[in-house]
Design a protein around this ligand. Structure first.
Ligand code: ATP
Length: 268
């Protein structure tokens, strides 16, 4: 079976605003085919960064959003029953290992423990992927690279990655961009004026200060982009902020009121 590699290529340069030296450091990790882990809160630019790197390195990118029901078979592949027998279907990890893609496992901690068993041999000198059910051992394509993301804030002790897994990766710490960078990102992503973007960033900062004081997580850059897009579409700024920034992140009436007041002060 031939695999259409083209479908996994990132064709257009994704807009990515670097926060530091992560682009050069990632290139060095890739040259050495080191597995990479990107850590940080939701919506802070991790996926965008990996997409950008795949484009820059001209590698196909296969992204898998992991969830708690995901098993090793979902990554590796399985036999399908068909009218005239069974047929093996490669999972996304297997496809990536065969074609030399960057395989990005988003929120890998969410997946069941048996998934770590399959990624381990891919992340050390062996660079192999055993397809036990099929009786095949794949040697990863020389260009293959494994990337995982995880949000340390969400993990409980039960769900943290094991040291034996962590210590197979080079890691990048991500966080929300600083105010100037985030302003530039909002202006560019939504096509709004820098002054307006700056005000949205202030709302973001107000919410991030409440993390640990009633909020589990601050407002992400992703949500700020949503608000910016709504405003660009003609929605009143305060309405856009309430809808895109406050309502998604809290069900607590006090926190909601605090943030709504901050919005009125910033846009009033
Ligand atoms: N450095 C950046 N350059 C350009 N856009 C950015 C950057 N950081 C964040 N963004 C914007 O924020 C959005 C969310 O980022 P992204 O999807 O990469 O989040 P994430 O960290 O992968 O989140 P999750 O962990 O939930 O998958 C992007 O779609 C983009 O609009």
């Amino acid at each position: 079976m031939t695999i259409d590699v083209q479908q996994y290529l990132v064709r257009q340069e994704p807009y990515y605003q670097p926060q530091g030296r992560e682009v050069q450091l990632y290139e060095a990790a890739y040259r050495n085919r080191l597995p990479v882990m990107v850590k940080g809160p939701t919506g802070c630019g991790k996926s965008r960064f990996i997409e950008y790197m795949a484009w820059k390195l001209d590698r196909p990118l296969i992204t898998v959003a992991c969830n708690e029901d995901m098993t090793a078979s979902d990554l590796v592949g399985r036999y399908l029953l068909e009218a005239d027998g069974t047929r093996w279907i490669d999972g996304p990890l297997t496809t990536a290992a065969r074609i030399g893609a960057i395989c990005y496992l988003d929120e890998v901690v969410e997946a069941r423990q048996d998934t770590t068993v399959v990624i381990h041999p891919l992340t050390d000198h062996r660079r192999t992927l055993p397809l036990d059910k099929k009786g095949e051992l794949i040697v990863a394509h020389p260009d293959f690279q494994l990337v995982i993301s995880y949000n340390p804030g969400y993990q409980s002790l039960m769900k943290d990655l094991k040291q034996s897994t962590k210590q197979r990766f080079a890691a990048f710490d991500f966080d929300y961009p600083d105010a100037d960078l985030e302003t530039a990102i909002l202006a560019r992503e939504a096509g709004i004026a820098a002054e307006l973007a700056g005000r949205l960033v202030k709302v973001g900062l107000a919410a991030r200060n409440l993390k640990g004081h009633g909020l589990d997580e601050g407002i992400s850059t992703r949500l700020l982009v949503y608000a910016a897009k709504l405003i660009n579409d003609g929605v009143d700024a305060a309405d856009a902020c309430r809808m895109a920034l406050v309502r998604p992140i809290t069900d607590d009436a006090d926190i909601r009121d605090t943030l709504d007041n901050a919005i009125d002060a910033i846009f009033g």
